[in-house]
Design a protein around this ligand. Structure first.
Ligand code: KG4
Ligand code: ZN
Length: 353
């Protein structure tokens, strides 16, 4: 039977998201409620506050996802929900909601790994994308290079030894006084277009380590020092900066972005060449996660991938940043293979998760 309809719920970080997806790949609905305003006010994710925001949004987000799909819970085949990695207080809001619906409507539950969902959503976009394939997953908390042999069978080729690239984008944006009501990444991407990427000489991380791991803590420090030495004041928002000040900030944004992405390029090239030796049938590199919505990142990685005889698959931005579709789709992939939990017992207390 392959006419499944799955509701996906995602609350691992700062967005409350839900979506309904059909097993033929149709996205029936997609809803995201962002906490960006809240985060800008407090300068980062505070778990207790994020939990509160998720709790307030979750019922409405799920209801809207079902409404937009023109469905009720009774039409669902299963519920997929992110169970990790992420802030446990936040994850629990999604899991409790999923269990409540599953209990009330006698539906199976599929627990989803957030990073697997970032990778597998590419198979919804690109129907030809068969295993084995490679994936570079780049977000605020993760920097992973993996070889996906099969569903549930992943080999990690590289990870970050400190910060993820998205964290470096976010901090750079904060120190440059950019508008943080949206996340830092898009703000840097935009400002970088005005700057000279060769004007500040940042060094590429881990050049001497001939492996596939990443490091962004050192680059962050280089950026902070450059900002300090140019006397850029983050308290003066970019919108009020003088012309000269703005140019200086744009130069740093562009130079940072160039080197941050050169690091990705170098690691991907090495990983591809290594992986092709053990799995010559690989034809795709997936690039996903929030940072993969960046046009410059996509263009540079496309060159690397083509040069090495592979094809790049990059989901559209709304499916790269955290979303419910990737969770629902990954739920479909697992459900098809018989991997799910039975509906929770009807007498389960509501807050037992
Ligand atoms: O996958 P995601 O939505 O959440 C996590 O799982 O972390 O990724 C969020 C990260 C943030 O660091 C954000 O600044 C970054 O993705 N990001 C970008 C862009 N859009 C989002 N970074 C660079 N350029 C972008 N256009
Ligand atoms: Zn994510």
């Amino acid at each position: 039977e392959d006419n499944l309809i799955v509701l996906g719920i995602e609350t691992s970080c700062d967005d409350t998201a839900a979506a309904v997806v059909r097993s033929n790949g149709d996205i029936l609905s997609q809803v995201v409620s962002s906490q960006a305003d809240l985060l800008a006010q407090y300068g980062g994710v505070a778990p207790k506050m994020a939990e509160e925001a998720h709790s307030q949004a979750i019922d409405q987000v799920v209801l809207e996802a079902l409404d937009k799909a023109n469905l009720t819970e009774k039409d669902l085949s299963a519920i997929a929900v992110t169970i990790g990695p992420g802030l446990s207080l936040c994850l629990r809001v999604g899991v409790q909601k999923a269990r409540k619906i599953a209990r009330n409507f006698n539906l199976p539950i599929v627990g989803i790994h957030h990073m697997e969902a970032h990778a597998l959503v590419a198979r919804l976009i690109e129907q030809d994308l068969q295993f084995p394939f490679m994936a570079l997953l780049i977000s605020g908390g993760h920097n992973l290079l993996i070889l996906a042999h099969d569903l549930g069978h992943y080999v990690q080729l590289g990870t970050t030894i400190d910060d993820a690239i998205g964290e470096a984008y976010d901090k750079t944006a904060k120190w440059l006084g950019l508008d943080l009501r949206r996340s830092g990444g898009p703000a840097i991407e935009e400002l970088a277009r005005e700057g000279d990427a060769k004007s500040v000489n940042f060094s590429i991380p881990m050049k001497q380590h001939k492996d596939c791991n990443f490091s962004y803590a050192g680059l962050k420090t280089q950026v902070r020092l450059a900002i300090e030495s140019r006397k850029i004041d983050a308290k003066i928002p970019i919108s009020s900066a003088s012309c000269e000040d703005r140019v200086s900030r744009a130069d740093i944004a562009a130079s940072f972005q160039r080197v941050a992405v050169l690091h990705l390029e170098e690691r991907c090239e090495r990983a591809i060449q290594w992986a092709l030796k053990i799995e010559p049938s690989i034809t795709y590199l997936v690039v996903s996660g929030g940072v993969a919505s960046n046009q410059y990142v996509r263009a540079r990685l496309d060159l690397v991938v083509k040069r090495n005889g592979l094809q790049l698959v990059c989901p559209p931005p709304s499916l790269c940043t955290d979303n419910g579709v990737m969770v629902a789709w990954t739920g479909i992939e697992h459900f098809r293979m018989g991997r799910f939990d039975p509906p929770p017992p009807v007498d389960e207390p509501e807050d037992s998760v």
